[in-house]
Design a protein. Sequence first.
Length: 312
Amino acid sequence: MQLGLTLPVMEPDLWERGASTLEAWARAVDEGPWASLCFGERMAFDNPETLTLLGAVAAWTSRVRLVTTVVVPQLHDPVLLAKALATGDQLSAGRLVVGLGVGGRGEDYRAVGADLADRTVAGLDDRVATMRSVWRGEHDAGAVRRVGPPPAQAGGPPLLVGALGPRTIRHAAAWADGLAGVTLDLDVAAVGRTFDLCREAWAAQERPAPRLTTSFWCALEEDGHPGGARAQLHRHLRHYMNWLPVDLVDAMAPTTGFAGTAAELEAVLGALADVGADEVHLIPVASGVEQVHRLAQVAGRVADRVSSGGVV
């Protein structure tokens, strides 16, 4: 099992710290032991624009995979999105992995004038088909040349579907290379059932076995500050989940994500490895680059156990 780390793109103090924070995180993650650097998309929010950020992290890193978790194609023109992602794949020398999803926030659709009627699995399928045709050089708009550049990876970067529902997973098995999952309550058994559903859906489509990933919010306790990690995670959820009523977020906060010690985090990661996770993406809830180094110590121990054939 591999581990990835998410950039602090949704943190409230990101721009107060300055854009150099993103570069510092990207370079620190690239030093290891992480396998992936992840970042997500929102529109009606103060996070950096995802495709612009993709170009930057491609320049700041040279080793890790770059994973979008996730981009919503219905918020973009699919040809422009295909061109931007192919450019990112070229700039990163073929390190791009694209997580795609329908998106759960109507406000993001309204912010860019997208049609809420397209917020469907069929709308996602259609845009993926267009993007793949661009990457194959088959999209013909009557121009002298086809839309380029070609992606560095033949046929385009791997695509992961950001979905948990059975219907979406079964639809996506026809085109996706795997799952960009998320667990809110760290119910490992439920994650395992979702992985099993993916395996069955991909087998039914006679596709290669899917790459199975999941992610969760993560805060480590600091010595002498018991309960501080849960409070930190709660603050993050209040900021990030701003489209939900505050009382609902407050009710969710005590059981959402991980807040605990390094040893407890290793145990959670071990349980996810046991249910067949190929990769887990941690989502820190603070923007200081020291978070990378603290979590890297855990990731390093997990990587060492995997490489030695031990139990995570």
